[in-house]
Design a protein around this ligand. Structure first.
Ligand SMILES: [Cu+2]
Length: 171
């Protein structure tokens, strides 16, 4: 697992730079996985009980990756785990978590993020997010990007994510 250490007060551009480094180091290995995930998403059944809503993307100019934020709602009677996300616009999507320790912000790849039965989990700046890399086209601010979310139940949820400018801090 790769982790990043960032001073919490660094400018936003430095955060973008760290992401770009990450893409350079790991882009190839994850790209094949991205295609597999897309195939899995195409075949997965749309869930009746899991929804993804309020999805938006903080769009950064390439080669820096963009970040996706959204709300996962689990109306089912069992805990579910989010395993992966895919989008036709990005060659690679990873699930990341940002944590803070002693004034340092770290970002690491994460898997199997649990959403409790009857509960919800918000992916938001400073916490969980989807890291969107290898943009095939640069989506215009204000446009919508489709994303599919894969769960350990074998089901998926779909969302349309609004593209917002790089300086967007929250919803
Ligand atoms: Cu990230």
């Amino acid at each position: 697992m790769k982790t990043f250490v960032l001073a919490s007060l660094v400018a936003f551009s430095s955060v973008a730079f760290a992401h770009a480094d990450h893409a350079k180091q790991h882009g190839h290995a994850h790209a094949a996985g991205g295609q597999d995930m897309q195939a899995r998403a195409d075949q997965a059944r749309l869930s009746d009980s899991i929804q993804v809503s309020a999805c938006w993307i903080r769009s950064l100019p390439a080669p820096a990756p963009s970040a996706g934020y959204f709300l996962v709602t689990n109306n089912g009677s069992k805990e579910v785990k989010l395993q992966a996300a895919v989008s036709p616009v990005y060659g690679m999507v990873m699930l990341h978590q940002t944590t803070n320790h002693d004034g340092m912000s770290r970002m690491s790849e994460t898997h199997d993020i649990a959403i409790p039965a009857g509960g919800e989990l918000e992916f938001k700046p400073g916490g969980y997010h989807a890291m969107l890399e290898q943009a095939k086209t640069v989506p215009a601010v204000g446009s919508q990007v489709a994303m599919d979310f894969l769960f350990d139940t074998g089901e998926k949820a779909s969302a349309q994510c609004e593209v917002k400018p790089a300086n967007t801090r929250a919803h």
